[in-house]
Design a protein around this ligand. Sequence first.
Ligand code: BTN
Length: 327
Amino acid sequence: MDELHPRLLAVLGRLDADRFVSGEAIARALDCSRAAVHGLIRQAAAFGVHVQSVRGRGYRLSRPLELLDEAWLAGELAPLGLNVLCLPEVDSTNAHLLHLAQTDAPHGTLLAAEWQTAGRGRRGRHWLSPLGAGLTFSLLWRFRRPLAQLSGLSLAVGVALARAMRALGARGIGLKWPNDVLLGEGKLAGILIELSGDMLGPAAAVIGVGVNVRGGEQLTGQVGIPVADLETACGRRLDRNQVLIALMQALVPALTEFDHAGFASMREAWMDLHAWQDRQVAVLQVDGRLLTGRAAGVDDAGALLLDTGAGVLPILAGEVSLRRLGE
Ligand code: BTN
């Protein structure tokens, strides 16, 4: 993935979707030449930001781009006990936060980035998020329970994200086992949890979340799977900072509950959101074996219950992938 020019965000932060801003005004504010501004704006398209350029009038964003506001986020999220860090660019918020976790970053550190050069998805995939169109962040959570008792954590996170999205006004949100947030068939958000600690001692989790706030259609063309976005689900414009605050307001109590009671206490909430309940599905296992059956929900540990006709098999998350079968 391309690296951001250090001044590109400063230039884009001065643009507006409602009016033209002249290159000269931007150059003056940033103490650089108009040519430099023009050059940077030309690079923006590579990051998924489209800027209209009209001679004599200046530049206008084709859609709004509010950047992360660290001071505002920190103020809103401090009462939840979160310690907020926003970076313009990082390889992967998960990778970076895992590193910080090893050097004593506190419980509740939230790391959000405008741009990831190597965003990680599940099963070795990349996570792509056009600049300013989504949220990419990771939260460090130090649990009292050991690693061996964290099964179902990603499902609990999914429930919290779905609750927050509903509170923002989203309709039609569902969860796909183990941890995708869907709108219809389209993927609205993904969760990647990376753990550190030993099986018996207290565990630390880096909970990475990518949310498509807008631009789902554009992403569908780029990533080759159906992608949805939160603005479509809510039917209104959203502010990325406000979305991040709402997600944390749901996630923090859910993680506290999970540490206390495990996934069992959220199983029903997950089942209410299960998008593929009773559908025929295929589970591709790491060893390449394919299991088919009816998705019969999840158990108290968050395992998918696959009704094969010959019995109900609990399928543990991990390196398996779930596909819907044609009906
Ligand atoms: C998936 O494949 O569905 C999981 C995607 C998780 C992406 C997020 S973006 C923020 C965090 N940092 C990463 O490198 N990945 C996660």
